[in-house]
Write a protein that binds this ligand. Structure first.
Ligand code: PXG
Length: 297
């Protein structure tokens, strides 16, 4: 069967999966999205991702025209139709078709799109050898301007930081807040380990509250490790024993240099290794089964 994409209540072949040029998601980046992972025939923390999607939409005054349970079903059906047991699901809800003015009142129906596909990960050697990170000169849009808990279609700020990483031959960029605190990377949250204590920027610093970040905090605390949600500066990254990133795509990935400074031994550290293994165990142990009965589609 060809690749099937869900658009506004129906599954269509990938080549016919098109969105109007009048859609305000395209014209203005007006919308929200989620990146979700399936492992071993189950979707990891599906309800958490969907809750974040609905919360983000509500915050931008966008009412998703499909009930929560139906979107949930549609995500699972997208995996079934595309025979995905391990993969990636991109859920996008945009403001919908409007005119060339930005007033959302001209957009009568939001567009809901679900793309289920394979996942393109960091190459395996990056998990073994670690990432080279830079502290970007691009500061993160402050939450006073756009709340960072909204997973919106506006990623230009992050993309500019990623371009800086690309042009300086780094793997990823970490963005500081306008007051100089570490926030997060362009598509991952960040953690440090110092003297056995795990630290990560607190939500008030202005971060996306990542699903993977939450799961890692959970597994670490379950192990009896101390996790502090706090404020960190670039100095804290430079002098940490370990630094690692978390995200749906990356899972947990180690960082071995930050703006040229070697982190710890310059090799992925033991706390990272332990947490990666615990996180992977969690992805094997939980999740919403894809092969369930019966579907509304
Ligand atoms: N911060 C930012 C800015 C993100 O975009 C995360 C943290 C990690 O959150 P999760 O919930 O994934 O642990 C993200 C996640 C993509 C893609 O394809 C982006 C994300 C996740 C999955 C895919 O660009 N961003």
């Amino acid at each position: 069967m060809s690749h099937q994409v869900y658009i506004n209540g129906a599954f269509v072949d990938a080549e016919h999966a098109v969105i109007s040029v009048w859609d305000h998601g395209f014209l203005y980046g007006d919308g929200v999205f989620e990146g979700i992972r399936a492992y071993h025939g189950r979707v990891f923390r599906l309800d958490q991702h969907l809750s974040r999607l609905y919360t983000s939409a509500h915050s931008i005054h966008l009412e998703i025209p499909v009930p929560f349970d139906e979107v949930r079903d549609a995500v699972l059906e997208s995996c079934r139709r595309n025979e995905i047991a391990d993969g990636y699901v991109r859920l996008v809800v945009s403001r919908g078709k409007g005119d060339l003015g930005l007033d959302p009142r001209k957009c009568s129906t939001p567009s809901v799109v679900i793309i289920a596909s394979g996942i393109s990960l960091y190459p395996e050697e990056k998990y073994r050898d670690g990432l080279r990170l830079i502290v970007s000169s691009v500061q993160r849009t402050p939450p006073q301007c756009l709340d960072s808990r909204i997973k919106s279609l506006n990623y230009l700020n992050n993309i500019l930081a990623r371009i800086e990483a690309n042009t300086t031959n780094a793997d990823e960029a970490v963005m500081l807040s306008t007051s100089g605190h570490v926030t997060e990377c362009t598509a991952e949250n960040i953690f440090t380990v110092s003297n056995g204590v795990i630290r990560t920027p607190a939500p008030f610093v202005g971060i996306l509250e990542g699903v993977t970040r939450g799961a890692v905090i959970e597994v670490a605390r379950k192990k009896g490790l101390v996790v502090e949600e706090t404020t960190l500066t670039s100095h804290d990254l430079f002098v940490a024993d370990e630094v690692f990133l978390t995200g749906t795509g990356a899972e947990l990935i180690p960082v071995v240099t930050v703006s040229g400074r070697k982190v710890g031994t310059g090799k992925p550290g033991p706390v990272f290794q332990q947490l990666l293994s615990d996180f992977r165990a969690l992805t094997r142990a939980e999740g919403t089964p894809i092969q369930t009965v019966p579907s509304v589609f």
